[in-house]
Design a protein around this ligand. Structure first.
Ligand code: ZN
Length: 171
């Protein structure tokens, strides 16, 4: 079922700015409150933006990034204790007008999303998603909490004085 992300303009600007600030791949995490619709759709409302400093990465290059396990462990504990959902974001500085998850990204997402959903308590509802950000492009993916199927993110909405739907590159 469809997963959507909503976040405020300041949060989205902070993510973009952090990711664009390097020729190396960078990461950020978003913590979100999930609402599960009766239709099965999941809405993730971002409540916190966490740019990962380069010291919080265990591997980093212009085409690769891996977070320090201590960073992800801390986030998983925070989500577990607060019932919040997790969205990971990383950059592809080499991508311009089109960006897509790499094969390695897809394999990582399938594993980390499933692991996240398996660890979280059944209540409150949670969701899990990933974003990849190019210079002028964004793509997203999410795993359905019910079926554990990984698929494209339905929408990314920046909600401020007006609602702006961020155009997502399709795989
Ligand atoms: Zn990637």
């Amino acid at each position: 079922m469809a997963t959507s992300i909503r976040l405020g303009p300041a949060g989205w600007a902070a993510v973009r700015e952090h990711l664009a600030g390097s020729d190396q791949e960078r990461m950020a995490y978003l913590l979100a409150r999930a609402t599960r619709w009766e239709t099965g759709g999941v809405d993730l409302l971002v409540t916190r933006v966490i740019p990962v400093p380069d010291q919080g990465l265990s591997q980093q290059s212009p085409a690769h990034v891996v977070p320090d396990p201590a960073v992800t462990r801390e986030l998983l504990i925070a989500c577990y204790e607060t019932g919040l959902s997790l969205i990971d974001v990383h950059s592809h500085p080499f991508a311009t007008d089109t960006v897509t998850f790499s094969g390695r990204d897809m394999a990582n997402m399938a594993a980390t999303h499933r692991d996240f959903l398996n660890r979280m308590p059944a209540d409150p509802p949670v969701g899990v998603a990933s974003l990849v950000v190019g210079r002028r492009s964004v793509a997203g993916a999410a795993t359905d909490p019910a079926t554990l199927q990984l698929g494209p993110l339905a929408s990314l909405l920046v909600i401020g004085d007006q609602r702006t739907e961020v155009e997502l590159c399709q795989p």
